[in-house]
Design a protein around this ligand. Structure first.
Ligand SMILES: C[S@@+](CC[C@H](N)C(=O)[O-])C[C@H]1O[C@@H](n2cnc3c(N)ncnc32)[C@H](O)[C@@H]1O
Length: 293
């Protein structure tokens, strides 16, 4: 009886979510129910039938209603996986995307394979500009055990999420500060090894065409890249060039049609003689990693 209630609840949820044309209605319904039962989704089939109490069913329907109103699944659940981390997310912060895990992986690969020299003293080895939830900062610091990093964001709300997400193990090594790009960062020239930036890169004119989950829920400050999407990217790279030590890396996540253009602009700036465009798992170009000369 209760077993059929579980099946029935999932069917009901999937039907609601199919109406908003979710890509994976059944999967989303399972996530919501597993979240309320506080079990991993994979254990749902083994759930104790007695746990499907009337108040749990009511809570499930509330979550379904939020999701049906096009609130992102990750906001409804309150967290999302990123690399080896589980990050809290909600209104005021961008949900970290899988393509940003690609940036982290590519950056680490490039760093481990490269040569560098002559870094001058600084309290920070890396800076994550536009840190949002702290995704890139914490993923990089988790992989680089001796390093210290700084996350910068203009949004106080985003920084609050980043603070909540700071793993205890990184408390001494990860700092956060409010600021406009790198403008207020007072560090010696040539003192940093890595500047990573997943800054807003969506052209302003395209914002209104985004899916409602993004357009109506995620912060526009995290999305709006100005007329051609590259306002912030263009502002950040000359300052990053000053902060980076020779051989240091600048990594920029971009939209699929932007890496060629950004690579040309970086090359023309003269500070980054060697650079490469990296692609995501669908082979679409997704960013640039540039090495400071
Ligand atoms: C696309 S989100 C990326 C968040 C996070 N790094 C990630 O990858 O999930 C861009 C972030 O840049 C921040 N931002 C926008 N303009 C900024 C500025 N001028 N200075 C610093 N941060 C800015 C936004 O608040 C947002 O958190």
């Amino acid at each position: 009886m209760a077993r059929s209630l579980l099946t029935e609840l999932l069917r009901e949820g999937a039907a609601h979510l199919a109406e908003i044309r979710s890509d994976a209605p059944q999967l989303e319904a399972e996530h919501l129910l597993a979240h309320l039962l506080r079990i991993p989704r994979a254990r749902l089939a083994l759930a104790d039938d007695a746990e499907l109490t009337p108040s749990l069913v009511a809570a499930y329907r509330e979550l379904l209603a939020r999701r049906s109103a096009r609130e992102p699944l990750q906001y409804v659940l309150g967290h999302t996986p990123f690399a080896d981390l589980d990050l809290q997310v909600g209104p005021g912060v961008l949900i970290p995307r899988p393509e940003t895990e690609v940036l982290v992986g590519e950056l680490l690969r490039e760093w481990r394979g490269g040569e560098r020299s002559g870094r001058r003293g600084s309290p920070f080895d890396l800076i994550d500009v536009g840190t949002g939830s702290g995704a890139i900062l914490y993923a990089l610091l988790s992989a680089l055990p001796e390093w210290r990093g700084l996350g910068v964001d203009r949004s106080r709300a985003a920084l609050e999420w980043a603070r909540r997400n700071r793993p205890t193990a990184l408390r001494e090594r990860a700092s956060l500060v409010a600021g406009d790009l790198l403008e207020s960062i007072r560090l010696p020239r040539g003192s940093v090894w890595i500047v990573a930036a997943n800054l807003p890169y969506i052209p302003r004119g395209e914002l209104s065409n985004l899916e409602p989950e993004v357009r109506d829920h995620e912060p526009w400050l995290a999305l709006d890249g100005g007329p051609d999407g590259l306002d912030l990217v263009r502002r950040v790279h000359p300052v990053a060039a000053e902060l980076l030590a020779p051989g240091g890396l600048l990594a920029l996540e971009l939209a699929t049609d932007q890496p060629e253009r950004v690579a040309r602009e970086l090359h023309a700036g003269g500070f980054f003689p060697s650079l490469r465009i990296y692609s995501d798992w669908t082979s679409r170009p997704r960013g640039v990693i540039a090495r400071r000369g």
